[in-house]
Design a protein around this ligand. Structure first.
Ligand SMILES: *Cc1c(COP(=O)(O)O)cnc(C)c1O
Length: 424
C-alpha cells in the first residue's frame, strides 16, 4: 500500500491544488489515547463490528461467555457492565439485556418452550405476556393456561405433564394482588417445572427473587429459576428508555436464554444502556421516594368516600398483604405503584373525567419514572372468567407515583375528586 500523501501544502506553485489529507487517515490513525482514564461513569462503547487482533483470535471468538468480544450484537464492554450490575442487583449470576421488557419475556418463552409444551401464566399478569401466549405461542402449538395467582392449589391443579414453564408476577401490575411466591415456587419444584418471575415491580430492591423466605437451594437458587425485569421502569427512571433483562443463577439455563437471544438478534443499543447506567446509582433512593409518596397517597385515598378499595401491597386490606410482608420482610419496600377501585355509584365515563381532570398525573402507560401517571382500566375485559375472583363493581384506576411533592399530588387528586358528580 503506498504511503498516504502527507506534509504541508506546497506554496511554490500557486496554481497547484493544496494537497488534502488522505481520507484513509480519517479512518486508520495511529493515535490511541493514553490508557488509565477513569471517571465515575464507565466509557460507552458502541459497536457492530468488533476488531480482532489476528485471524486466530477471530476464529477462536467465544460469543457465549463474557471472556471476549465477537460482534456488537452479542456484547460490548458497555452491555456487559450493565448486565453484571443488574445480575448483582437481583442476586443472580448471569444476565442478558433485551430491547424491551416484553422482549425479555419473549426471549424466555422462546428459549424454554417448544411445540407441544404448556406455559402457565397468572391471570393478573402483565397483559402483553398473556397476549404473546394467546397469539404467537398458540400459533406455534405452545398452549397456555391462566391460574389464580393467589391460589397455589389452583396452580398445582393446572400443572400437567406438558407444563414446562410457570410465570410469576409479584404483585399483579394492575390489580396489585401479592402472591405467596415461596409457596408457588415450591409447587413448581415439586412438579419439576421451571419458574420465571416478572420482577419489574421488585426491581431487585423489594426482595431477592433467588432467595425467598423458607425455600432451600435447588440448582443454585433458593427461589425462582429466572427473573425478568423491564429496565424501562425503575432502573431507567426517565421514561425515555425501553430495555429488559433476564437474570439466572444457573449456567445451563443462562446459555439456553443467551443462545436464543443471539439467534433472535435481541441486542440493545449503547445509548440506551448508557442512560440506564446513568440512572442506576440513584435507583434505590428513587424507589424509596416513590414508595413513601405512594403509601401516603394510597392511605389518603382509602379515607375518601369516592374510593371503595385501595389496592397496594402495603395496605392491610389489599389482597396478598400478608404475603408481601412475609416476602419483603422487615422494613419492606413497596415501589410507587397502586390502584384504587371507585365506588360503583360512579360510572366509567365519570371516572374517565376524573382522570382527564388530573393535571400533574399524566395519562400514559408504563411506570417507574419521575412523572406521575394514571390509567383507568376495565378489569372485566382483562380477566378470563372463572379463574380468579374480582369482587369489585366499580372502575379501577392505577396510579404510578412519580417524584413530585406529595402535597401537590394530593391536591391534584383532591381537585379531581371534588369535581365528580354528587350522587344522591
Ligand atoms: C412494562 C412492563 C413490562 C414490559 O416492559 P417494556 O419495556 O415496556 O416492554 C413487563 N412486565 C411488567 C410488569 C411491566 O410493567
Amino acid at each position: 500500500m503506498p504511503e498516504p500523501a502527507r506534509g504541508p501544502t506546497r506554496y511554490d506553485d500557486p496554481m497547484s491544488a493544496p494537497q488534502t489529507p488522505s481520507p484513509t487517515d480519517l479512518i486508520h490513525h495511529d493515535y490511541l489515547p493514553p490508557d488509565g482514564f477513569r471517571a465515575p461513569m464507565p466509557g460507552i462503547h458502541k459497536a457492530s463490528t468488533v476488531i480482532f487482533s489476528n485471524v486466530a483470535a477471530m476464529r477462536a471468538r467465544d460469543w457465549q461467555h463474557k471472556t471476549g468480544y465477537s460482534y456488537g450484537l452479542h456484547g460490548t464492554p458497555t452491555t456487559f457492565t450493565l448486565e453484571e450490575r443488574i445480575s448483582s442487583l437481583e442476586g443472580g449470576l448471569q444476565c442478558v439485556l433485551t430491547p424491551s421488557g416484553l422482549s425479555a419475556i419473549a426471549n424466555v418463552n422462546l428459549a424454554l418452550l417448544k411445540t407441544g409444551d404448556e406455559v402457565l401464566i397468572p391471570d393478573n399478569a402483565y397483559g402483553p405476556n398473556k397476549a404473546l401466549a394467546q397469539g404467537e405461542l398458540k400459533a406455534w402449538g405452545i398452549t397456555h393456561q391462566l391460574y389464580d395467582a393467589l391460589s397455589p392449589a389452583d396452580l398445582a391443579a393446572k400443572i400437567g405433564p406438558r407444563t414446562r414453564l410457570v410465570w410469576l408476577e409479584a404483585p399483579g401490575s394492575v390489580t396489585m394482588e401479592f402472591p405467596d411466591l415461596p409457596e408457588l415456587v415450591r409447587v413448581c419444584r415439586q412438579h419439576g417445572v421451571t419458574t420465571v418471575l416478572d420482577n419489574t415491580w421488585g426491581a431487585g430492591l423489594a426482595f431477592n427473587a433467588f432467595a425467598l423466605p423458607g425455600l432451600a437451594e435447588l440448582r443454585g437458587s433458593a427461589g425462582v429459576d429466572l427473573s425478568v425485569q423491564a429496565l424501562t421502569k425503575y432502573p431507567s427512571g426517565g421514561g425515555d428508555v425501553l430495555m429488559g433483562s433476564v437474570v439466572t443463577r444457573d449456567e445451563a439455563l443462562h446459555l439456553r436464554v443467551k443462545l436464543c437471544h443471539m439467534r433472535l438478534g435481541l441486542g440493545v443499543g449503547a445509548n440506551d444502556v448508557e442512560a440506564v447506567l446513568r440512572s442506576l446509582p440513584s435507583m434505590a433512593l428513587r424507589y424509596a421516594a416513590h414508595d413513601r409518596t405512594a403509601r401516603a397517597l394510597a392511605q389518603w385515598l382509602a379515607g375518601r368516600p369516592e374510593i371503595a378499595q385501595v389496592l397496594h401491597p402495603a395496605w392491610p386490606g389489599s389482597p396478598g398483604h400478608a404475603h408481601w410482608r412475609a416476602t419483603c420482610g422487615e422494613g419492606a419496600q413497596a415501589a410507587g405503584l397502586f390502584s384504587v377501585v371507585f365506588d360503583d355509584q360512579f360510572s366509567a365515563a365519570e371516572v374517565d373525567r376524573f382522570c382527564d381532570r388530573l393535571r400533574l398525573f399524566k395519562l400514559g402507560y408504563s411506570w417507574g419514572g419521575f412523572m406521575s401517571l394514571v390509567v383507568p382500566y376495565d378489569i372485566g375485559t382483562m380477566r378470563q372468567p372463572g379463574v380468579s375472583a374480582w369482587p369489585h363493581r366499580g372502575v379501577l384506576v392505577r396510579f404510578s407515583i412519580g417524584l413530585e411533592s406529595v402535597d401537590d399530588l394530593r391536591a391534584d387528586l383532591d381537585q379531581a375528586l371534588a369535581a365528580l358528580p354528587a350522587h344522591p
